[in-house]
Ligand binder design. Structure first.
Ligand code: ADP
Ligand code: MG
Length: 323
């Protein structure tokens, strides 16, 4: 039982960034309007996620940490129709299996909240407590009981960068939510959550990046494209600043990247990898974002259609700006 718990946990949790991704998605599912993420030493020593979401009823807290207890997948058909981000019911169980977890949670209007502690899958305390509405989860000593995993962790700065990248992408995909990222006691960014993609980009990547963007707004064949691309001069030497969201979900898509790069190539001499933040809306039945839960892989039923929308959307944006 314990071993299978650890193996299952490993499927969901590779590194601190995967914990942060799952827990921030839970906060979003809980309807949070502000989310704060704090990490120290790459996250393996300390991670905290605080939200002002709906909180969890005291009697439901232990259940939330049971594997699959909350799985929202009732039958396979549901896979095509997932509206909340969490759907496998195993993030909390997995984190609790491989770390020391403390949760403080209180529902709106409740008289009191609870503090719940679970370490390496073993419950070690639950008590009433006064706390703000919403949920705070602290994870200490990730993989303390899985030395083999610990060895695979990279340097703190690498793990921290991976956490930053995840929180950045999530903040960009939810401009209506205020995000704060604190890294080793320093505030790395704060997005105010005013609802516009532009101010989220400004908060995440800074002023000079935001000033070098061109707006994109386009649709064809039932696919729409909104967002920003970088002015051609500022293309990068890798794809790390190419951000695509499909129906609100962050994905890595070679199809989209190549179409973007082609659009630049036809018009201007430029570096190879233009930056972008592009939101694609496609008919849900034409996309499969569940290729692997922890990866950002995506499959389209019609690659050409997606590719064409990105190519012409970006090309139009560049031409409208006299390029
Ligand atoms: P899933 O998200 O797939 O349901 P998780 O293990 O991630 O599974 O979470 C289990 C359950 O705990 C969720 O379904 C939700 O009811 C509750 N939960 C987790 N995190 C939060 C949170 N930040 N705020 C409110 N409820 C939460
Ligand atoms: Mg979840």
């Amino acid at each position: 039982k314990e071993l299978s718990e650890l193996i299952a946990a490993g499927e969901v949790i590779e590194r601190p960034a995967s914990v942060i991704k799952e827990l921030v998605e839970n906060s979003i599912d809980a309807g949070a309007s502000r989310i704060t993420v704090e990490i120290r030493n790459g996250g393996s020593v300390y991670m905290r996620i605080t939200d002002d979401g709906c909180g969890i009823a005291p009697e439901e807290v232990p259940t939330a940490f049971l594997r699959h207890a909350t799985s929202k997948i009732l039958e396979k058909a549901d896979l095509d129709n997932i509206h909340t981000l969490g759907f496998r019911g195993e993030a909390l169980a997995s984190v609790a299996a491989v770390g020391r977890v403390e949760m403080l949670t209180k529902q709106a209007g409740a008289e009191y909240g609870v503090r719940y502690q679970i370490e390496g899958g073993t419950e070690c305390g639950m008590e009433r407590t006064g706390c703000p509405e919403g949920t705070t989860i602290v994870i200490r000593d990730l993989f303390f009981n899985v030395p083999a995993r610990q060895k695979f962790l990279k340097k703190d700065v690498t793990e921290s960068n991976a956490v930053s990248a995840i929180v950045q992408k999530i903040a960009l995909s939810h401009p209506e939510i205020a995000f704060t990222l604190i890294r080793d006691h320093r505030r790395e960014f704060h997005a105010a959550g005013d609802g516009t993609l532009y101010s989220a980009i400004y908060a995440v990547y800074g002023r000079s990046f935001a000033q070098d963007l061109l707006p994109v707004s386009y649709s064809e064949n039932g696919i729409s494209l909104e967002g920003y691309v970088i002015k051609p001069l500022y293309a990068k030497n890798n794809r790390s600043l190419q951000t695509f969201f499909i129906n609100g979900r962050y994905v890595k898509s070679v199809t989209c990247s190549v179409a973007l790069e082609e659009a630049y190539r036809t018009l201007v001499m430029t570096g190879k990898f233009p930056a972008c933040v592009l939101m694609l809306t496609v008919p849900p039945e034409t996309v499969d974002v569940n290729v692997h839960p922890a990866k950002a892989a995506v499959r389209f039923t019609d690659e050409k259609r997606v590719s064409s929308a990105v190519f012409f959307g970006v090309k139009n944006a560049l031409m409208q700006n006299g390029l």
